[in-house]
Write a new protein. Structure first.
Length: 159
């Protein structure tokens, strides 16, 4: 069954080390995608997600504008971030490892996401909904996001 990701009930968020002492949290507010979920054979499930890179929001306008610039996402040239799955490995009835290509700034790299199946439920309006959560971590420098600034106290501004 093909599911459309419901952006009103979904999030794409991140956190990154800031000044070596805290974490900045943010999200991408604009995205769309589909999940072709195969209940009979979950390993045949495919996922395709497109993220509006300019929709980044860390609740600091100057920082968000810098993240949209050529130093980071370069949204004028690369307006989309994309994830396309390649394979699913079942771990148990609720957990899987999802491998796919993440494309940022035109560079595609393989990433693995740890996925948890939350189940399915029928809404009061008669529609079916399925829930999933997925997490991963990766090094932004693998996609050419190299910008940083040394700190007087040691370390760097952006993790």
């Amino acid at each position: 069954m093909t599911w459309t990701i419901d952006s009103a009930h979904s999030r794409i968020d991140f956190k990154v080390r800031h000044m070596m002492i805290s974490r900045v949290r943010g999200e991408f507010e604009g995205f769309e995608g589909t999940i072709d979920f195969n209940e009979e054979n979950p390993e045949a499930t495919t996922i395709d997600v497109t993220i509006d890179a300019a929709s980044i929001n860390t609740r600091a306008e100057d920082r968000d504008n810098h993240l949209r610039s050529e130093d980071f996402l370069y949204v004028e040239k690369y307006p989309e971030i994309r994830f396309r799955s390649k394979r699913v490995e079942l771990i148990d009835e609720e957990h899987a490892r999802l491998t796919g290509d993440l494309t940022i700034r035109g560079e595609s790299r393989e990433v693995e996401l740890d996925v948890k199946y939350q189940g399915m439920a029928k809404s009061p309006w008669g529609t079916m909904s399925a829930g999933f959560s997925a997490t991963t971590s990766f090094n932004r420098k693998d996609w050419g996001l190299q910008w940083n600034q040394a700190l007087e106290t040691g370390g760097v501004l952006v993790g």
